[in-house]
Ligand binder design. Structure first.
Ligand SMILES: C[S@@+](CC[C@H](N)C(=O)[O-])C[C@H]1O[C@@H](n2cnc3c(N)ncnc32)[C@H](O)[C@@H]1O
Length: 318
């Protein structure tokens, strides 16, 4: 199925279910990727600053793990986005002439071409290949072109894993194993539990950019599938449940309304106050992370935390 048909099919499924939802992957069209970059600049959105500080203060320790002696490695950045934090490592390793390849992977064509341009300009000696594919297409592709002796070091940063339920995270890590060899590494950025108010404010930001990011899903359906959503008839409503650690993002219908999507030749009915679920942003405990690694069959090598203990980059080895 091509990407357009998959989008239509996922929207049909998501909006036909008794609990309506839109899969989070569809946030990242050109405007969505741009809005996400604005979110990353928000002072309330503490995640990127924490993760950047972790990478900056541990680049040498990480390199020791990545090289395991003097091995060449392929740094595979799944869902790389603008790689603004990974660039901390690229700059440090390029300066030291470390032999490695960088492979950013992202579904978003616009963000990946901007990233390629910026890598060419800032790191002329960097050996990189940008893959405009989804995670599994990329891993499959790399399977056939892996250089002998080059170990895989997979990065899954930015709390991307928080979009999965615990079962989906386990399934993701188990599926990843089929593309890795013993000794390969994966480093995952997890957002940690903290004062609920801090988490809540990170999503209900004062400028309304996260709201625009969520409502952009409706604009995207209008543009690409001939929908007639009126985005101002929906309101972004996130809430955080400290019992489960899940920040749930939703769009709530402000009135009873009907929305037509031409590409599906279907009309969807919304009751007043009915919600469309858009995203989970799960907050973890270190104990949950340990269990996840163990259940999926990885060894935890190290947890790298920021100074406030808000965020962790956990390094797992197969
Ligand atoms: C939350 S952003 C994180 C970007 C970056 N890793 C960071 O830490 O700033 C998620 C990125 O993953 C990409 N993405 C989401 N699902 C994907 C998938 N299934 N395959 C490839 N890329 C995906 C999106 O396009 C987006 O650029």
């Amino acid at each position: 199925m091509n990407m357009e048909d998959k989008f239509a099919e996922d929207i049909r499924k998501g909006l036909s279910a008794s609990q309506k939802s839109i899969p989070y992957q569809y946030f990242y069209n050109e405007r969505g990727s741009w809005l996400f970059q604005q979110i990353m600049q928000l002072p309330e959105y503490y995640l990127p600053g924490c993760e950047r500080s972790i990478l900056e203060s541990n680049e040498a320790a990480l390199l020791d793990f990545f090289q395991a002696g003097n091995q060449e490695f392929n740094l595979i950045d799944l869902g790389a986005g603008d790689a603004s934090k990974t660039k901390t490592l690229l700059a440090a390793y390029e300066q030291r002439d470390v032999p490695f390849t960088y492979t950013p992977v992202d579904l978003s064509t616009s963000i990946l071409s901007a990233l390629s341009e910026s890598l060419n300009a800032a790191y002329p000696n960097l050996n990189f290949e940008a893959l405009n594919k989804d995670y599994w297409e990329a891993m499959e592709y790399l399977q056939h072109k892996t250089i002998k002796g080059q170990r895989k070091v997979v990065l899954f940063l930015g709390a991307n894993i928080g979009n999965f339920t615990q079962e989906e995270s386990r399934a993701f890590l188990q599926q990843l194993k089929s593309y890795l060899a013993p000794g390969d590494l994966i480093m995952i950025g997890f957002d940690l539990r903290k004062r609920p108010e801090i988490i809540y404010k990170a999503y209900l930001d004062s400028k309304g950019i996260t709201a625009a990011f969520n409502l952009n899903l409706l604009h995207r359906i209008n543009q690409e599938l001939g929908g007639n959503f009126k985005p101002n008839y929906f309101r972004f409503y996130p809430y955080y449940n400290p019992l489960t650690g899940a920040l749930m993002s939703n769009l709530v219908s402000l009135k009873k309304q009907s929305v037509r999507i031409e590409a599906l030749d279907m009309d969807f009915q919304f009751e007043q106050w009915e919600a469309i679920h858009t995203e989970i942003s799960k907050k973890h405990t270190l104990a949950e992370i340990e269990t996840l690694a163990k259940d999926a069959g990885y060894k935890v090598k190290e947890h790298f935390l920021d100074a406030k203990n808000y965020f962790v980059d956990s390094l797992f080895e197969l």
